[in-house]
Design a protein around this ligand. Structure first.
Ligand code: CA
Length: 223
């Protein structure tokens, strides 16, 4: 599977490209709209990740060019946090999905996998273990059947832990996967968010299934 990343901000492009390569995808990268559109249309790519704010040619017009040439090629947009109009215009112009910056790598790859698999197997984007059910696309979480309200970051953290059940994940691994390019390495944000998650997931008769492994990290325990 080959993915084209069209993004001019190099730290973000780097984070996305290296992460996708680590997941086993072949990755092409372009930093401008004109070249990005040419590669998407002429190249042999299975999916495009397209930033909307690009030099050369803006993302919406790149998207329209791709749609004219390749109506079936999945395109995921990267949009700025508050650019609601961009999302609407992007989806109207034929984007399949979008991710809002700053995003975690887990959130992006869930959307990439969903597009590459097609809608038929969409239900396999649900993670379920230890009484916790997490739907990566609708972003709903349940504990023992009760709905649990999580913030976007809490959701990403839980999804990452649940993707690696019974595996000890270090604080650095968690920071990289969930906070991505946006974190300060000296922060105690992982401890703080694990605390939030435990509080929201625990029930009187069943504690939250997140273990602390002393001086190593954390583990989602699928007992
Ligand atoms: Ca940009």
């Amino acid at each position: 599977m080959r993915i084209l990343v069209v993004e001019d901000e190099l730290p973000i492009a780097d984070f996305v490209c290296r992460g996708l390569e680590a997941e086993g995808y072949a990755v092409d990268h372009s930093t401008d709209g004109v070249e990005g559109e040419r590669l998407a249309v002429a190249g042999d790519v299975d999916l495009v990740i397209l930033d909307l704010m690009l030099p050369g040619r803006d993302g919406i017009s790149v998207l329209q060019g791709i749609r004219r040439a390749k109506p079936g090629l999945p395109v995921i947009l990267l949009t700025a946090r508050d650019a609601v109009g961009d999302k609407v215009q992007g989806l109207d112009s034929g984007a399949n999905d979008y991710v809002t910056k700053p995003f975690s790598f887990d959130e992006l790859t869930a959307r990439v996998r969903a597009q590459l698999r097609g809608p038929v197997q969409g239900e396999s984007t649900v993670l379920e273990a230890a009484g916790v059910r997490l739907d990566l696309l609708s972003r709903q979480v349940r504990r023992d059947g009760d709905s649990v309200d999580l913030t976007a970051r809490e959701f990403e953290l839980l999804a990452y832990l649940m993707r690696h059940p019974n595996q000890v994940l270090s604080r650095e691994q968690i920071l990289n996967a969930v906070w991505g390019y946006d974190f300060d390495p000296g922060t105690n944000v992982v401890e703080v968010y694990v605390g939030y998650l435990r509080r929201k997931l625990s029930r009187p008769e069943s504690p939250a299934p997140i273990d602390t492994v002393r001086s190593v990290g954390y583990r989602f325990a699928d007992r």
